[in-house]
Structures are given as structure tokens and as C-alpha cells.
Design a protein around this ligand. Structure first.
Ligand SMILES: Cc1ncc(COP(=O)(O)O)c(C=O)c1O
Length: 437
């Protein structure tokens, strides 16, 4: 389904918008000088896995709109959920009040996990704040559990947990985070599970990992058994295990949650991005009764978790998240995904033969295609080859973004096999054209 070929907005209006964008808007993770010199794509509509721009050109949504979209754009069930909620109310405060969609969503999320495990749901509005909440819960938990010295965190090299100062303290990608290091809290950084053995865990409160696969590191897959090992280590030293599933949850790894890959339950679980099916900014930090109960007491004991955001429990976001989860059942999304993953895997094997492809890393329906020179060496990062390939891929009908020289391919779960083939072929052609010149 490639949508309408007709211009969606007039060329005069598109020109005006581009001028105003360049004059007024500052885009995230974007060198704005380069942006000013390019012709931006103005996305105006979408249908299923396809996006349409102001000129009526259609593109496959190759990175699920920065890893958020799940069942496709303009999905009737999700649209209806938003509309119906909108007829009632869009947003009310979650501080001191509650609302039906937030309660129902909490109940649905908890039921997706094994009974009596993660039973408390704390809402916020993006992946960074879901992690931020987990950080503060961990610190306060130990303060209120007689071990206030347990303020330290362990995080992995090249991890990415978000951009707010707390979340970026945990992140280990130097390009993004190095310049802020004097403002970060200190974190014990490890490259592998083996390194944990040489650490003194006395002052460590939390250990955070992107389970199964690190995303922004360039789609790096962890060895099997890692999560089990981490769970054991955390149990031995009374450290809270935090899974950041902001990228991996909601089907991306082939299961609802990446934690199912090894059947390991963390003490804290951060969810965002796909929670709303890619419709709205909403996040949740789930935790156990044990953590939650450490925060109970009379007001004057000051055990309250003094943390929250204005849009916590947003009614529109929660309503569409419920519909997102319902669609998983109604469309048997995970069942139908399995043959697509096999097909995806086979096609990627073909792509791996391409002379400029150094390595393809895949976990479930997530892939990172690393490009480099024909002798197997990496490209000089300053050449921005990954970004150039993504640019070239546009004219072959796919939009995605690279992480340095790793092209991300993370299609919405509703994609069909012919669309997967089209997407991979578009990337292959773009690699050939860009790297071969
Ligand atoms: C694993 C992980 N954690 C946290 C974040 C931050 O999420 P957000 O951009 O919604 O703040 C991201 C974003 O890519 C992520 O991949």
C-alpha cells in the first residue's frame, strides 16, 4: 500500500513551510548548517508502513519513525481509540487524580508479565523520563531500606538510555555524552558481564542494560545467557536490575518484551516508544511490590516519590496504548511476525554478500547493517557514509537513519514480505550507488 501520488499540500505552501522551518525550527540530533543546505522532506500522511511527503512521494517507514511505530500508521483501531477518548477528554492531571485509561493500561501491562512480578506502573512521557524515574526510584529505595550508601550505578559501554542528564549519565556513547561528563553523576562502566567480578558492589544500587540488543550503539546483540547472569549477580549483591526496553519492547525482538528471550524479570522496567504504537509520547516504569513498598509511610516520613511530569497518565496516550495492546491480540501480531522474521533473516543474508557490507547484526525484527570498504575496513566516520546511504535510499522508496555507518532497518511489525524485500533492495541499491563511487 503506497498511498496517494497526488500532492498533499500545494507547492507554494510547501515552499513557505520549508522557509519557515529553516528560519525557526531546531531539529534534534541534526547539524543545522547541513540541514539548511538540504531540501527537507515534509511528511504529511501515512498509511500502514508507508509515509507520504508534501510532493506525494511515498516511502517505506524503514525505522518505524525512530523506533516507535508498531502496527502501522493511520491504523483504524488506534485512530478510533484516540477519537473516542478525545470525545471525553484529552488530558487530566495524574497528581492526586486518576483516570480510566491509565488504570486499564496499567492492568494490561502488568498482565503481560508473569504473575506477581512487576505489579506497579509509574507513568511518564518518554524513554528518558522512564529511565530517570528508574534511577531515582533506585536511589530512594536504598535510602529508605537502610542502605543509603547504595547510590552507584553500573551501565554498559556504548549504552544509550536517553538524553536528560540522569539518563545520559548512564549512557556511554561518547559523541553524544562526553561533553556533558562533568555534569553527569559517576557511573561504573563495564564492557561485559565478566568485568562485574572485579567490582566492589557495596555502593552499587542499580545495574541497567538494554536487554538482548543495544540500539544506539549500532544494534549490538548481547550473548545469550547474559540476562540470567546479570540477574544472579544482582541478586547476590542486592543490586536492582533495570531493563531499559524503550527500544526492544512491543514485538521488536519477536516477543512482546526482550526479557522473554531469557525469561528474566528485572526489578525495574522502562517502556516508551512502542507503548502507544508510535502514536503519542507516553512512558511507563514498572517495578515490584518490594520496591514500591519501600516508599510507603506517613507523609511526615518523607518516603513519597517526589517525582513526576505534567503529562503523566495522559488519557489520550493511555487510550491509544490500550488499543495498541489489543491489536497485538486481535491481529495475532506476534504469531504473524515469526515468518516475517525468517524472511527478513534470509534476505539480510543476501544483503550481507554485498561488497560494502561489513556485518549485519539482527535480533528479531531489528537489524543494523554496517557498511565499510571492500577490504573490510571501516569508512572514516567523517565521510558520513551511513548518512549518505540513507539519503540515497530515499529515491528508492525508503526512509531510515543511520548510526554512524550502521544503517538501521526496523520496519513496523505490520509490514508484508514484499515490502520487506523492497526495503532491503532499496538499501542495497543505495549502498552500491553511494559507496561504489
Ligand atoms: C534504549 C533506549 N532508552 C531510552 C531512550 C530514550 O528515549 P526518548 O528518546 O523517548 O527519550 C532511547 C531512545 O532511542 C532508547 O533507545
Amino acid at each position: 500500500m503506497s498511498g496517494s501520488k497526488l500532492p498533499i499540500i500545494s507547492s507554494e505552501r510547501a515552499d513557505l513551510l520549508v522557509r519557515q522551518d529553516k528560519e525557526l525550527v531546531w531539529h534534534p540530533f541534526t547539524q543545522m548548517r547541513e540541514w539548511m543546505q538540504q531540501e527537507p522532506i515534509i511528511l504529511v500522511s501515512g498509511q500502514g508502513c508507508w509515509l507520504t511527503d508534501s510532493k506525494g512521494r511515498c516511502y517505506l517507514d524503514g525505522n518505524s519513525s525512530i523506533w516507535t511505530n508498531v502496527h502501522g500508521h493511520n491504523h483504524p483501531r488506534l485512530n478510533d481509540a484516540v477519537r473516542q477518548q478525545l470525545e471525553r477528554i484529552a488530558h487530566t492531571s495524574f497528581l492526586g487524580f486518576t483516570n480510566p485509561p491509565a488504570i486499564e493500561l496499567a492492568s494490561k501491562l502488568v498482565q503481560l508479565l508473569p504473575r506477581h512480578t512487576l505489579r506497579k506502573v509509574f507513568f511518564s512521557d518518554n524513554g528518558s523520563t522512564a529511565v530517570e524515574a528508574a534511577i531515582k526510584m533506585t536511589i530512594q529505595f536504598f535510602q529508605q531500606n537502610g542502605q543509603p550508601e547504595k547510590t552507584g550505578f553500573i551501565a554498559f559501554e556504548n549504552a544509550y538510555h536517553g538524553d536528560t542528564l540522569g539518563a545520559s549519565s548512564l549512557s556511554g556513547i561518547s559523541t553524544f555524552h562526553e561533553r556533558f561528563k562533568n555534569h553527569h553523576f559517576s557511573v561504573t562502566r563495564v564492557g561485559s558481564m565478566q568485568q562485574l567480578d572485579s567490582l566492589n558492589p557495596c555502593r552499587i544500587g542499580g545495574l541497567i542494560i538494554e536487554p538482548m540488543i543495544q540500539g544506539a550503539a549500532g544494534m549490538r546483540v548481547w550473548p545469550q545467557g547474559m540476562l540470567k547472569g546479570l540477574r544472579e549477580w544482582c541478586d547476590t549483591y542486592n543490586v536492582l536490575l533495570i531493563f531499559d526496553e524503550v527500544m526492544t519492547a512491543f514485538g521488536r525482538t519477536g516477543k512482546m518484551f526482550a526479557l522473554e528471550g531469557e525469561g528474566i524479570i528485572p526489578d525495574l522496567l522502562a517502556l516508551a516508544k512502542g507503548l502507544t504504537g508510535g502514536y503519542m509520547p507516553l512512558a511507563a516504569t514498572l517495578t515490584t511490590d518490594r520496591v514500591f513498598e519501600a516508599f510507603l509511610g506517613s507523609y511526615k516520613e518523607l518516603r513519597t516519590f517526589f517525582y513526576g511530569h505534567s503529562y503523566a497518565g495522559n488519557q489520550l496516550g493511555c487510550a491509544v496504548s490500550i488499543a495498541n495492546l489489543d491489536v497485538f491480540e486481535e491481529e495475532e501480531t506476534l504469531l504473524n511476525l515469526q515468518p516475517k522474521i525468517s524472511f527478513f533473516t534470509d534476505r539480510l543474508k543476501d544483503l550481507a554478500q554485498q561488497r560494502f557490507v561489513r556485518e549485519i547484526r539482527r535480533c528479531g525484527f531489528i537489524a543494523g547493517i554496517e557498511i565499510g570498504d571492500t577490504d573490510g575496513s571501516p569508512f572514516d566516520w567523517q565521510r558520513q557514509m551511513g548518512s549518505k546511504v540513507c539519503h540515497a535510499a530515499r529515491k528508492h522508496g525508503i526512509l531510515t537513519r543511520s548510526i554512524r555507518d550502521v544503517i538501521v532497518l526496523m520496519l513496523p511489525l505490520c509490514v508484508q514480505k514484499d515490502e520487506i524485500a523492497l526495503g532491503i533492495s532499496a538499501i542495497s541499491q543505495a549502498i552500491d550507488e553511494t559507496c561504489g563511487t
